[in-house]
Design a protein around this ligand. Structure first.
Ligand code: BTN
Length: 258
């Protein structure tokens, strides 16, 4: 099925007045190196950058995010007047907002792989990359979501992945979906300065796809395997190793051991 092109006006028209007022211009590009890079270089708080394709999409841990046409590549630049002590939980909050947006368009069975991957039945559906800008308290939140990938057979994706077109009987228009995503994300960012992890944790926990699974966590030069045990009071991932010892990670590259 061919997709409608991304359309800034259609996205803006779908937003509530409060969310539209919180946002700056929505820029749409046919192709960019990376929507995150573009906003880091020239964006202002509230600006949104979208691209139909990226030539140098960035993933976490310096990995490349393959970005052929057909998906969503979206970045939002955001300024916080007050940054909460649990700034590290911003990625968790972003993940929950996106999971809620997907629920709204009818998706079921998806979850979050700590810290913020969108996951569906052991396959990656989307990823989030949060980068800090030079200006204090400003971040760029980048979202890659597989919608209907124009598969590049030359450079296959090196992990199991899935896309919305295979998961939904009715595939929403990407402009509508982006509107729904921004409607969830912007209020979550507005609430974030008053963030309370205990109040937020249940929202995360009911979507946690790692809990109780055997995982491998790569952190710095260390690799640990064990069973994922949910999050601790800081939002760090808990892992119990085979000797019964518990570890917690503030950041790690985690894979599920199948
Ligand atoms: C991950 O490794 O899971 C994070 C992937 C984030 C990809 C998105 S696509 C839009 C934005 N621009 C980028 O270059 N990266 C993010």
């Amino acid at each position: 099925m061919s997709l409608n092109p991304l359309d800034a006006e259609a996205i803006r028209a779908s937003l509530s007045p409060t969310v539209a007022a919180a946002l700056g211009p929505i820029q749409v590009f046919r192709q960019l190196d990376s929507t995150n890079c573009w906003l880091l270089e020239q964006g202002r708080s509230g600006d949104v950058c979208l691209a139909e394709a990226q030539t140098a999409g960035r993933g976490r841990y310096g990995k490349r995010w393959q970005s052929p046409e057909g998906n969503i590549y979206c970045s939002l630049r955001w300024h916080f007047d007050t940054v909460p002590p649990q700034f590290g939980c911003l990625s968790l909050v972003t993940g929950v907002a996106l999971a809620q947006a997907l629920e709204q368009v009818g998706l079921t069975g998806h979850g979050l792989k700590w810290p913020n991957d969108l996951w569906h039945q052991d396959r990656k559906l989307g990823g989030i990359l949060i980068q800090t800008a030079d200006v204090p308290s400003q971040v760029v939140i980048g979202i890659g979501l597989n919608v209907q990938m124009a598969v590049d057979t030359e450079t296959p994706i090196d992990q199991p992945w899935c896309q919305l077109s295979d998961l939904l009987a009715f595939l929403p228009d990407r402009n509508h979906l982006l509107g729904v995503m921004l409607e969830q994300l912007v209020p979550a960012l507005q609430r974030f300065p008053a963030f309370s992890l205990p109040a937020f944790l249940p929202e995360w926990e009911r979507r946690d796809v790692l809990n109780g699974r055997r995982i491998r966590a790569l952190s710095g030069h260390d690799t640990l395997t064990g069973v994922a045990m949910g999050l601790d009071s800081r939002g760090w991932l808990r892992l119990r190793d085979p000797s019964g010892r518990e570890h917690a990670f503030s950041s790690a590259d985690v894979s599920i051991k199948l």
